[in-house]
Design a protein around this ligand. Structure first.
Ligand code: FAD
Length: 305
């Protein structure tokens, strides 16, 4: 096995940085598959790995336990997702304090979806953080965390316009956000045009593209419809007629994702956040194409201390 972390390629002569997003498992079987994915991807030495927080705060314990195990058992740097929903400021602050005490130094701060589900009006919890920018400021008051926030190249579905959404991103940055991770998109022009507008608005933090490798087209299209991400006709055409042909679907999925990230590299992007859906194979292959090579595991932070 190579001991080099990065191999310059036809597409990328600059080192590429990656991060991986996981969701907390519900069952023992899902737990085993999550840890299988983490073990497979960890030797690629991601910049960080993040763990989502369920809608309505439903995974509070499971998110915390997953993040705590990453700190204890691996040398990875975890980022814990946290939302404003279904909790008072004191409750949220307590969670943030517990993360700090557990050695977590990175939080992905989000508002969260309305309690009535997407499409209904959002109402802040009485006594809770009103908007993401308030949560970001609250987190930064508690500790010197790295704070990532969301960004929407095709605009958040609730925002009246893309400019209004970019103003909301600016507010999050002014409150202390240090990085934005985008909603997934399939047309790279959406991301690059958005980046131009964000920079023109005076926002200079990294805006890391969120990449969703399409493991299951129907599911991805449904998910995209709820987040406001458009699904180009050419993408649908690529998966056409393959509903009962898993093997070809997997090959097409790898080709589509490779094409997307390599095009972004050609256009100057060198940092990626992968929505792994707790599955490693496709993401591992894409990272390999990006020039990343597995490194021997180092000791967990706890053992090294
Ligand atoms: P925000 O940036 O807070 O924006 C929400 C809406 O309010 C937008 O329309 C925006 O324009 C507007 N707005 C924001 N700030 C202001 C302001 N100061 N004044 C006026 N309007 C404002 N959801 C989960 O439940 N758990 C997760 O773990 C999770 N992880 C995610 C990770 C990423 C990278 C992304 C892109 C999304 C994630 N989500 C998650 C989804 C997210 O919670 C929803 O999209 C939610 O509807 C909005 O939260 P937000 O922080 O993304 O949006």
């Amino acid at each position: 096995m190579s001991t080099l972390a990065f191999r310059p390629s036809r597409h990328s002569t600059r080192p590429v940085k990656v991060s991986f997003e996981f969701f907390p498992p519900k069952t023992a079987e899902m737990e085993a598959s999550l840890w299988g994915a983490i073990e497979r991807l960890a030797p690629l030495r991601p910049n960080f790995v993040s763990v989502t927080y369920g809608a309505g705060g439903s995974t509070r314990e499971r998110t915390h336990n997953t993040v705590a195990r990453i700190v204890q058992d691996t040398s990875l740097r975890p980022a814990a997702h946290l939302t404003c929903v279904a909790a008072t400021r004191d409750e949220v602050d307590e969670v943030v304090g517990a993360y700090w005490a557990a050695g977590v130094r990175h939080i992905v701060a989000l508002r969260g979806d309305p309690a009535g589900g997407l499409g209904s009006a959002y109402a802040a919890h009485p006594g809770g953080y009103e908007q993401t920018c308030d949560l970001v400021a609250g987190i930064r008051r508690i500790g010197d965390f790295e704070v990532s926030v969301s960004a929407y190249p095709e605009k958040h579905p609730e925002a009246p316009s893309l400019d209004a959404d970019i103003d909301a991103l600016k507010a999050k940055v002014d409150c202390g956000a240090t990085r934005a991770i985008t909603q997934f998109f399939f047309d790279n022009d959406h991301y690059l045009r958005y980046l131009d507008r964000v920079r023109a608005r005076g926002i200079d933090i990294p805006i890391v593209p969120g990449i969703l490798p399409v493991q299951n087209f129907k599911q991805a299209a449904k998910f995209a419809a709820s987040t406001g991400a458009t699904v180009p006709d050419w993408l649908a055409a690529r998966f056409e007629g393959l509903d009962h042909d898993l093997e070809t679907r997997r090959l097409i999925a790898a080709a589509v994702a490779a094409e997307q990230v390599l095009d972004l590299v050609d256009r100057g992007v060198n940092e990626f956040h992968f929505y792994t859906m707790n599955r490693a194979d496709l993401v591992f292959a894409i990272c390999h194409l990006l020039g990343l090579r597995a490194q021997p595991a180092s000791e967990p932070a706890r053992a090294a201390a």
